[in-house]
Design a protein around this ligand. Structure first.
Ligand SMILES: Nc1ncnc2c1ncn2[C@@H]1O[C@H](COP(=O)(O)OP(=O)(O)OP(=O)(O)O)[C@@H](O)[C@H]1O
Ligand SMILES: [Mg+2]
Length: 323
């Protein structure tokens, strides 16, 4: 079982217009509701691949109930903690004429101390313990900035491995508890390490720096260039074939789901890298917020180039020539 944590889920309203005119009245051509949130997306991708998962987090009000109905319809299992305030709504306006997308995100409901306590108690009580817990995404008002540090530390005490996919201060604080795996993208890794990462070599070194900080597996994702991952056993690179991108939304979440699925089963990191990149890349083939489809993942798997590199600091090239 892989549990996921989404502290700030959202009921996304995806509005399609054919040629958006600012300052004028427009007519939408499509409106879709979507149960959004990074941890929820990870659960959704795991479910798509046939894995066992349960999504945890906060849910409130009518918007929250709608979100639960949507997840029910998809068959994604959840066990949210109810809150007094309303679950947030994000608006995504897609202009089909220009293919441009405007996203308007809400900060989210304020979580009270009691609600937070109830949620943490629920996580502590998950039985039997999951093989892996994934905590992803933004943190709503009222929740302390070091919440991921608390969640990771508590899980660790129970022997549960954790995957943390967050950004900024939330990630910075969270890694103090040394999660099992983190997966920032290049920009998030630059922010975390307060340095620019312009080359593959710099990115690889950054993953090693993160491993030295006590993170067992440090992954940096690089969009179309795939990922670089490091553990004490070596460094790994996985690169997808060129594909036609329809929407990169949710690519990172699908990548995280791929890692979680393989590592929860105790499979080697190199295989986890392969599945992670296949799932991330399959997610960009689908439009809008849609994540990966299992059939695409299976088609992509043999096309992912995976290489193991040297971790000797003297080595000039991190990966065999030609990779
Ligand atoms: N243009 C692309 N072509 C092929 N694969 C892609 C592309 N963009 C992303 N991917 C796949 O998705 C993975 C994650 O992408 P990226 O590094 O952009 O994650 P992210 O910024 O964390 O995404 P998210 O916004 O979903 O959190 C990549 O490692 C790759 O497998
Ligand atoms: Mg991401």
């Amino acid at each position: 079982m892989i549990t996921t944590v989404t502290l700030n889920p959202s009921l996304d309203r995806r509005i399609t217009v054919d040629g958006l005119k600012v300052d004028e009245s427009n007519r939408w051509t499509g409106l879709r509701l979507y149960a959004g949130g990074k941890g929820i997306d990870v659960s959704r991708a795991i479910h798509e691949m046939g894995g066992q998962t349960m999504a945890y987090g906060f849910i409130g009000g009518r918007e929250g109930r709608t979100l639960e109905i949507l997840l029910d319809e998809e068959g994604v299992p959840f066990s949210f903690t109810p809150i007094e305030q309303e679950t947030r709504t994000n608006f995504i306006v897609l202009d089909t004429r220009t293919s441009r997308q405007t996203i308007i995100n809400a900060p989210g409901p304020r979580i009270s101390k009691r609600e937070l306590e109830r949620f943490l108690k629920k996580l502590r009580g998950v039985y039997p313990s999951p093989e892996l817990m994934v905590a992803s995404g933004s943190v709503p008002p009222g929740v302390p900035v070091d919440i991921y540090r608390t969640i990771v530390a508590e899980a660790k005490k129970r022997g549960i491995r954790t995957v943390l996919d967050a950004a900024g201060r939330w990630l910075e604080e969270g890694i103090k508890a040394k999660p099992y795996l983190i997966k920032p993208n290049v920009h998030e890794a630059e922010e975390l390490l307060k340095t620019e990462l312009p080359t593959e070599e710099a990115i690889t070194k950054a993953t090693l720096t993160l491993v030295k900080k006590g993170i067992e597996i440090a992954v940096i994702s690089r969009g179309k260039d795939g990922i670089v991952a490091a553990s004490k056993n070596g460094i790994f690179k996985a690169v997808p074939p060129p594909v036609k991108v329809r929407s990169a939304v949710g690519a990172g979440d699908s990548t995280v789901a791929g890692f979680a699925l393989k590592l929860a089963q105790g499979e080697p990191l190199i295989e986890a890298c392969r599945l992670a990149v296949a799932m991330g890349t399959a997610a960009v083939l689908t439009p809008g917020t849609e994540l990966c489809h299992k059939a695409d993942v299976e088609k992509l798997l043999p096309q992912i180039e995976v290489a193991k590199g040297s971790i000797k600091p003297r080595a000039k090239t991190f990966f065999p020539a030609g990779n």
